[in-house]
Design a protein around this ligand. Structure first.
Ligand code: PEP
Ligand code: MG
Length: 599
């Protein structure tokens, strides 16, 4: 491992994606990954071959034990199994003849040490995978690397470093943490994390927020600057990161952290109050979830249901597709846990920055514009039907709505409805119970859908505006690209006009209009969203108390006036200045928090 010169009190700026301040020692994920650097190739003599092979088998056995221990530690809290599938896959690899027996054969044939025999075995495999056109196979190279490093560290006697094995609370620093790895932090000691890569609405950011782990992404070179064990402060609210802070900086940030905790505590009382303006306008506040484990905090923070269940997380970290029973069990559990409220279950939205997992997707030049979400489901109808059957079956165990992502035209939603009807008919024929009147809705997240919202509204029961993608597609900004993050702004006049137009179309058609993108949970935007007359806002659960506070301290009249003035302004900066000033006037005590804007 290369030790870098220790930078003192170094301030860095990234994108704060999950609020809160965390400080502690750095744990670098992937650090010391290849121990081959410190382990030269060695020729062994014939008499040592069998003990070398034994040494190798012992390292494999030790790796298995360690993985089993990790598996126990990350065992899910609420019954969901998604975190542990990847570990099962790793355990299977450790039993794989092609890896284990082949290495033993190479030790014998080439008379070299186990470390290099293993390297030879896996090198070829990694090369083949790397050259594969298939994105899924290419991604497996990372898994092979993980296993290789595990065995190598046991061979060289180096300590294993794994997220779930961190023996003290740490701040994780990495080049890039995938949404899948973030999901595994659910039971880890990660106090916060900082990445080179990523942006505000990447799914890693969304996961961090839902797990309430302060995080800063898009730092570009944090892994180049930091060493394992260095001290770091991260401010997930502002995006500031301080490497090896001095005493004065630590004191300053400790005070800020206490202030933040105090705000959180005083806000909590709003969780149980209705989201109603002073002049009696009621708006429904729901939560977005990725994992079933989040439901207790969804209820604790005062949500009135689940406005977006991102079911793609059921497909994560596993070697095969989820079965209909697995889908059904998950949906039923969600409905039972959220009762008497309802859950909006979104069908598979794979693609973009959302993992690769088990689906055999072809490589695409522009994944965000490719075979994503509903496009994938309409191509792989059997995979789609499995999920629809399970959702419909679950509908007799509670209240649910079905939400379809990435709809861009009428043909798509009509085809979706045809398939849904086929599934309903199959279930009826088989005598399987389901709610025949289950409501269906679409995500409005493609500008084309906004343009034809009036026609789309005739086909469905509700709209849910997905601002994360709507902003990405309307402003042409890759939502995970840290270099264009500065352009990403929900207050761009074009974005506001798009939202206005959808809201008006929904109102005219008399259907429910919701918003479930990150914009819905930011206090800064709440008066605007009230002004548009949205019926429902769905957000990260921890944002709910603050959002309720804003709603309860304003009137619909004031919000409409504010919006009217905003819609006359020409630039994002003007709008931002105006809204900041107005908020400071309307909510003097809350304004510092608006500055500490959650997103
Ligand atoms: C969105 O696009 O705003 C949204 C809520 O969906 P996702 O972030 O999962 O794409
Ligand atoms: Mg989306």
């Amino acid at each position: 491992m290369v030790i870098k010169a220790k930078k003192k009190n170094l301030f860095l700026k990234g994108v704060g994606v999950s609020p809160g301040i965390a400080m502690g020692k750095i744990f670098i994920l992937d650090s010391g990954k290849s121990n081959l650097d410190s382990c030269p190739i060695k020729l062994i003599d014939e008499s040592s071959v069998s003990s070398e092979i034994d040494r190798f088998y012992a390292a494999v056995e030790e790796s298995k034990k360690q993985l089993l221990r990790i598996k126990e530690r990350v065992a899910p809290i609420g019954g969901g199994k998604e975190h542990t599938y990847i570990l099962d896959a790793y355990l299977m690899m450790l039993d794989d003849e092609f890896i284990v027996d082949k290495t033993a054969r190479i030790i014998k044939a080439k008379m070299i040490n186990a470390e290099w025999a293993l390297n030879k075995t896996l090198y070829k495999l990694q090369n083949i995978l790397e050259k594969s056109k298939d994105e899924y196979l290419r991604e497996r190279k990372r898994d092979i690397n993980y296993i290789k490093n595990h065995i190598l560290r046991n061979l060289t006697g180096k300590e294993q470093k794994d997220v779930s094995q961190m023996d003290e609370d740490s701040i994780m620093v990495a080049h890039d943490i995938s949404p899948a790895e973030t999901a595994q932090m659910v039971r880890s000691k990660v106090m916060g994390f900082a990445n080179d890569m990523g942006g505000k609405t990447s799914h890693t950011a969304i996961m961090a927020k839902s797990l309430k782990i302060p995080a800063v992404l898009g730092l570009e070179r944090i892994t180049q600057l930091a060493n394992m064990g260095d001290f770091i402060i991260i401010n997930g609210t502002t995006g500031e990161v301080i490497l090896n802070p001095n005493k004065k900086t630590i004191k300053e940030y400790q005070a800020k952290a206490n202030e933040y905790k105090y705000f959180e505590k005083t806000l909590f009382k709003y969780s149980k109050l209705p989201a109603e303006t002073k002049d009696g306008f009621r708006i429904e506040i729901c939560a977005n979830i990725e994992l079933i484990e989040e439901i207790p905090s969804v209820l604790e923070y005062g949500s009135e249901g689940i406005g977006l269940y991102r079911t793609e997380f059921l497909y994560l970290n596993r070697a095969s597709l989820p079965t209909e029973e697995e889908h059904f069990d998950a949906y039923r559990e969600v409905l039972e846990k959220i009762a008497p409220y309802s859950a909006t279950i979104r069908t598979l939205d794979i693609g973009g920055d959302k993992f690769l997992s088990n689906l055999n997707l072809a490589e695409e030049m522009n994944p965000a514009l490719g075979l994503r979400a509903i496009r994938f489901c309409l191509k792989e109808i059997e995979i789609f039907k499995v999920q629809l059957r399970a959702i419909l079956r679950a509908s007799s165990y509670g209240k649910l709505r079905i939400l379809f992502p990435m709809i861009s035209g009428i043909e798509e939603i009509r085809r979706v409805k045809e398939i849904l009807n086929e599934v309903k008919n199959e279930l009826s024929k088989g005598g399987v119970a389901f709610d025949g009147d289950v409501e269906i809705g679409i995500m409005i997240e493609i500008p084309a859908a906004v343009a034809i919202a009036d026609i789309l509204a005739r086909e469905v029961d509700f709209f849910s505006i997905g601002t994360n993608d709507l902003i990405q597609y309307s402003l042409a900004i890759d939502r995970v690209n840290e270099h264009v993050n500065y352009l990403y702004n929900p207050l761009h006049p074009a974005v506001l006009r798009l939202i206005k137009s959808v809201a008006e179309a929904a109102h005219r058609a008399g259907i429910t209009i919701a918003m479930c993108g990150e914009m819905a949970g930011d206090p800064l935007y709440i008066p605007i969203l009230l002004g548009f007359g949205l019926n429902e806002l769905s957000m990260d659960p921890h944002s709910i108390p603050r959002v309720k506070k804003i709603i309860r301290s304003t009137t619909i009249k004031e919000s409409r006036e504010l919006l009217e003035n905003i819609m006359k302004l020409a630039t994002t900066d003007e709008i931002e200045d105006y809204i900041q000033t107005e908020l400071a006037k309307q909510f003097p005590d809350e304004f510092p928090i608006a500055n500490l804007s959650v997103h």
